[in-house]
Design a protein around this ligand. Sequence first.
Ligand code: PGA
Length: 239
Amino acid sequence: MDIKVFPEYQQMSEAIANVIADTVRKKPDAILCSAAGHTPVGTFRHMINMSQRGEVSFERCTFVSLDEWGGITKGVEGSCKDFMYKYLFDPLKIKEENCIFFNGCGILEKECKMMNTYLEQNGPIDFMLLGIGMNGHLGFNEPGTSFDTYAHVAPLDKITIKVGKKYFLEEMQFSVGITLGMKHMKQANKLVLAANGTKKADIIKKLVESEPNDMLPATLAKTRENSFLYLDKEAASKI
Ligand code: PGA
């Protein structure tokens, strides 16, 4: 896991967007996957700017969803799908058929099967951008999730439920999510984990100092090649 530290969030975001753009220039029909969290929003902004300047086209890319809250889908502000449309797909004018998404209102096991089959037939993901949860989770792979999982229905950790409130205008009750599995993250051609801000400094210190173990899912990045940790100086302040 290569660690890259940038003075500001803006520079970190620009650097990640540049790597995504390079991936897409080399492979215009790349499969991309990003977390629907606040960490990648700056990266999305740069992707949109680059696309508007004609420096890269995401038209032929397929976007695969990372996760979704059980019981909600697009149309509910705060759903992962809604977040991705708002911050990336609508501004990039991505066609609906190029977005392979979990439906949090569907039969969740079926949704997982659909995603596993899609990736088995079309994968691996070419570029995966993940945030790191305050508890070290990746997607909804919470502490204790085996590194051998594919897409699955995941019981949500208390910290995830608490932190997740920031996405919603109203009080929501969640107990499960659906998520790509750790194996998808292991198999992606390139894996980038990113974190910014002092609130992430403790979990980043723990990640950097820990051996790979399933109680700290982000350590999966240490078990594979071509994996990177992008940080701003605040998130890196304790390492
Ligand atoms: P964040 O979420 O980017 O909003 O901090 C990270 C995560 O929970 O995976």
